[in-house]
Design a protein around this ligand. Sequence first.
Ligand code: GLU
Length: 491
Amino acid sequence: MNKKVRVRFAPSPTGWLHIGGLRTALYNYLFARRMGGTFILRIEDTDRTRFLEGAEKDIIENLAWAGLAVDEGPEHGGGFGPYRQSERSDLYKKYAYKLLNDGHAYYAFDTPGELEHMRTENPNAKYDYTTRGNMKNSLTLSGDEVKKHLDSGEPYVIRLKVPEGEKVVFDDMIRGNVSFDTEQVDDQILIKSDGLPTYHLANVVDDHEMQISHVIRGEEWLSSVPKHLLIYKYLGWNPPVMAHLPLIMSPSGGKLSKRKAEKEGIPINVRDYISGNYEPEAVTNFLAFLGWSPGDDREIMSLNQLCDEFSLERVSKSGAVFNLEKLLWYNEHYLRNRPVKELLPKVKELCHEKGYPEKSDAFLEKAIALMIERVSTISGIAEEGWFLFDAPEEYDEKAVKKAWKENTTEYVQFYLSKLSGISDGEFKAARLKEELSRSVEELEIGFGKLMLPVRISVTGLGSGPDLFSIMELLGKEETENRIKHALRSLN
Ligand code: GLU
């Protein structure tokens, strides 16, 4: 019988959750759902020097925003807690002592100065089988000396004794057969001088204790696997199946780092996507395809569909380039598929934030309908559609230069006089268009010669959604006021 699938997302609360972290969480979640398994959130907070207040909350909120429901975790409970490593310290010590007793780990008492000295002698030196014999540790000191050091209260660490000349081989579900020589591996610190475990020890202990069946994480952790596998072996445990996800690359090449993302205008933290009002389903759909594909030409897949079809076998080995335009394409798709009524509260909030005059729901719904095909995110309705809510004070210079010629004022005035004859109740797009057609005929000019100046007068811009629908939405009084204002300003 297959072992029950249990996967974990194990972020360190040292910074805001970034978009690559969310992809790792997503792949774990999708795999768990697909396999009928359990998705666990474990907070790896043993590095107290880099701890960031609020980061755990950020992680939990971001996962919830993306729709990744956690089955077991610090806020969610579960039978394998606690789910914060800082609350599990005793457990790690117990296993560190076991490794010590079995001769697979040792105490090291080297001072920072002594470590520095080792590196000045040979800048490439690692603390490993070649150097540990010359250092101050329980392999080189007598039992009495070791005891003296331990009793003295001076700081010490516990290191893994990595053997010389062995091969660590494993089968990664994504990368295939991977092999490391233990010679490349240093004697990893397992317990730091503050008594807390390093990532490596805590990670292995918890994956075992929490009965994790598959470790799915970023490729940057691949080089840690030999250390982990040695610890598994020495503790007599079976390691979980490994799957290392391809790197996320920047469009300009190389790994998508914080700096690169900033330079290339890519939001890096999940909270930026939330504050940028991205559609969560667009982000998860996009991220799912950043390293995975369903094997046919489908691109739009809901979270539920992804849960049904995701497989680690289809995750690619090679790096996946982050394409912001593609993300916006997804966002447009999901945004346009949402019912206007559902968009209303958010648009109301955005308009309020912008300080626009209060509008009725009916007005806002029409504004949404006018703008929805022209924006990439819901924010665009309030931002790019500002002219629906606020009268222009300035007019697009380029458009004015192109459209406002010698007789333009006269033409616009002519149309304005036609508008004054239309009642409020008749102030409808079709009628307004008809009136404009009639005006250009009477003036014996082309349609654009009048239409564009009227558009500029009403919206301040040279392009936008259907002008006559905008005018209908604004109503007779507001439209006329705007045209009069433009005639005064642009003369
Ligand atoms: N705490 C590690 C991180 O911050 C976890 C890596 C792993 O999944 O093993 O990404």
